[in-house]
Write a new protein. Structure first.
Lengths: 169, 169
DNA sequence: TATTGTTATACTCTATAACTATA
DNA sequence: TATAGTTATAGAGTATAACAATA
């Protein structure tokens, strides 16, 4: 009978802030700096968003990937590891480690499934639910901080333009 | 006398495409999907940009970080490893491996510095210069593809709004 | 046979600490 | 003493391959 592996550190790099991702880093800066290009502007805005996202996470001890895993588990009452791997687009063993880490942090638990002993359901613990509630509140503030310098109309306009950029052309 | 370490693979994951970075992945999707939020729109646009960036790199065998290193070396005639580490905001040993990889790929060479035998200059090889020229051409196309569905006015507007988002508030 | 989870292994990127050679 | 580069080591994240238990 499979037992969850336990050898995963409980406090990941979520606590240590992951080096503010300089805009030069992803190959956009040196080419685009002079042109006021869309690519560079998008990159800079994304760097800012990333910084604010980590400020938002603060002392919760979560990484972005774990935030996503947590919210996927919170949302889907039928979540298991294979499904999580598919949702996150990661390999099975990676999902396993992710769940191990969330379990070690006391946020998630594995529940037996009646009638199928191969798998188990993933669910939030009480601590996990509290953390999710914290996250929901902070995400709302975070969204406001991103758009802090824009009027409602400008913000709507920006979202509209970004959606058109995001569409597969 | 220090000799450059040579044990670095020449063809990195630049060839293997790095898994298209699903928008769910960085903790933005599950919270924001319903709101049409700026955070989510920004994230989606960035995912699209990332995809196009890798399409652009194509068969050049480069990663985004190596593109940046290459362009930094191309731009600064006085580049060395410590300076490169500072520019990329990475640790010294990481910069070393980066340079080793670029050297193994035949794009960059280490040149002796008259009067200071501790360091050497980093410079592009002939192959490196050819690659950079290719990159410049492709970057121009890339920029156009990002904004393909926008008019000139819309694009300028979008850049303006993004710059305001990117500003530290 | 197929599915779920697991183990073993390896590779990349990153970091810190301690070292060498040189200034 | 300080600087440039290097080595050794470690940790997080990713992957593939092979496996056990169960369906």
């Amino acid at each position: 009978m499979p037992a969850a592996s336990k050898k995963v550190s409980a406090a990941p790099r979520g606590s240590r802030r992951p080096r503010a991702a300089a805009p030069e880093e992803d190959g956009l800066a040196r080419f685009d700096l002079q042109t006021g290009s869309l690519g560079y502007a998008l990159r800079l805005a994304q760097v800012r968003m990333y910084t604010l996202f980590f400020d938002m996470l603060g002392d919760l001890g979560l990484t972005p990937a774990r935030v996503t895993a947590l919210s996927l588990i919170a949302t889907d009452p039928d979540m298991n590891q294979t499904k999580l791997a598919r949702s996150l687009d990661i390999a099975g063993p990676s999902a396993l480690k992710m769940v191990d880490a969330l379990e070690a942090a006391g946020l998630v638990c594995r529940l037996d499934v009646a009638g199928d002993r191969r798998r188990y359901l993933l669910a939030l613990t009480a601590t996990g639910r509290t953390t999710m509630e914290q996250l929901r509140l902070r995400m709302a503030e975070y969204e406001e901080r991103i758009a802090a310098d824009l009027s409602a109309a400008e913000r709507a306009q920006l979202v509209g333009l970004l959606n058109r950029v995001a569409q597969r052309g």
